[in-house]
Design a protein around this ligand. Structure first.
Ligand code: KG4
Ligand code: ZN
Length: 336
């Protein structure tokens, strides 16, 4: 079964064709980074306008290898409402004209399903239960995935998402946008133990908080300007490490508490080199199976939406009403 995926929740226009939820035939991603870079962040109206300009070209490109599609899967939220409307309207038109089913996917569950893509040899890898940590520019969610389509958010950020904090510190230092990959690269030559930034473990809850860390880093820089230049790698490595330590500790604690031996990462920040390394190390020690998507599948893409859509269609087998929503909650639709 070939599913056409469409993802326009933020600043990437993406379309993909995925066979049986797993095999990527095409996965076209058009980034708007160049457009938003000069503003140091995403400008919602510009994002929608560029989605509208690009979407037909991107879908044409996604259908280059095969035009045989059996259903359309589209991101319905959370995200920027103007951007979501471009993707959902286009998907509805395709579904209507070709008379094929359409399914709406929550962006967060898309990130979870990125772990199912292209795992050719290890078919059972993705089988729940597992704890999923979704870390991106808009989200830091700890999710108990009891079954395919059955989710319980056990923790989330109370203020900034971890990717947002990385982007904001990079912006403060004039390093460029988006900050996550820049900090990833520049921190490689730094000492993560140089500065002991605070780690907000927030006891008795699975929630996260990163805004205190952001303030601590800015205060530190205001009093130690040498770390803005010569010792920048040490500053960035220390800052990045305090984010990573909290993410890892809480995820491992959640595994122990819920007696789960599998973790699935997702979202743009899961492309981070040090985060991947540290998670791999601790999971080896704790004998926990770790799933991480390929780096290209960590950030926003339509293949993950097509994959989630394949499973949802198999389970729900109907044409659902497509209602885009900026603040959509992650709802269960599958096995208890
Ligand atoms: O999942 P994503 O593409 O979009 C959202 O759903 O938000 O994530 C984008 C976020 C940005 O904050 C970006 O800085 C961060 O992911 N990011 C990274 C890396 N690549 C992207 N953060 C740390 N290290 C990276 N290599
Ligand atoms: Zn995302």
């Amino acid at each position: 079964m070939n599913i056409l995926g469409i993802e326009t929740s933020c600043d990437d226009t993406s379309s993909a064709v995925v066979k049986d939820g797993r095999y990527i035939i095409t996965n076209i991603i058009s980034s708007q980074i160049k457009i938003h870079k000069k503003y140091g962040g995403i400008v919602p109206e510009l994002a929608s306008r560029h989605h509208l300009e690009n979407i037909n070209l991107i879908i044409d490109e996604a259908l280059r290898i095969t035009k045989r599609i059996d259903a359309v899967s589209v991101t319905t939220g959370p995200g920027l409402i103007g951007s979501l409307l471009i993707g959902t309207t286009t998907a509805q038109a395709i579904s209507k004209i070709l008379n094929i089913p359409i399914v709406g996917i929550n962006h967060i569950e898309g990130h979870i399903f990125a772990n199912f893509l292209e795992k050719k040899n290890d078919k059972d890898n993705f089988n729940p239960p597992f704890i999923s940590l979704i870390v991106s520019g808009g989200h830091t969610d700890l999710i108990l995935v009891k079954n395919i389509g059955n989710y319980k958010i056990i923790g989330r950020t109370r203020d900034d998402a971890v990717g947002e904090v990385l982007d904001k510190i990079a912006k403060f230092l004039n390093l460029g946008y988006p900050g996550g990959p820049i900090i990833d690269r520049l921190s490689r030559n730094g000492n993560p133990k140089e500065i002991n930034f605070p780690r907000a473990y927030l006891h008795d809850t699975w929630d996260f908080s990163f805004s205190g860390l952001k303030t601590a880093v800015i205060n530190f820089l205001n009093h130690n300007s040498v770390y803005c230049e010569k010792k920048l790698p040490d500053l960035l490595a220390s800052f990045q490490q305090s984010c990573i330590d909290v993410l890892i500790r809480k995820t491992i604690l959640a595994c122990n508490k819920f007696k789960i031996k599998k973790i699935a990462l997702g979202g743009g920040v899961s492309a981070n080199t040090k985060l991947r390394m540290d998670f791999s190390k601790i999971c080896r020690i704790e004998n926990i199976k770790l799933l991480i998507p390929k780096t290209i599948l960590c950030t926003d893409n339509a293949a993950m939406i097509a994959s989630a859509g394949y499973f949802k269609l198999k389970k729900c087998k109907r044409n659902e009403k497509i209602v885009p929503s900026a603040n959509m909650e992650l709802k269960s639709w599958g096995g208890l």
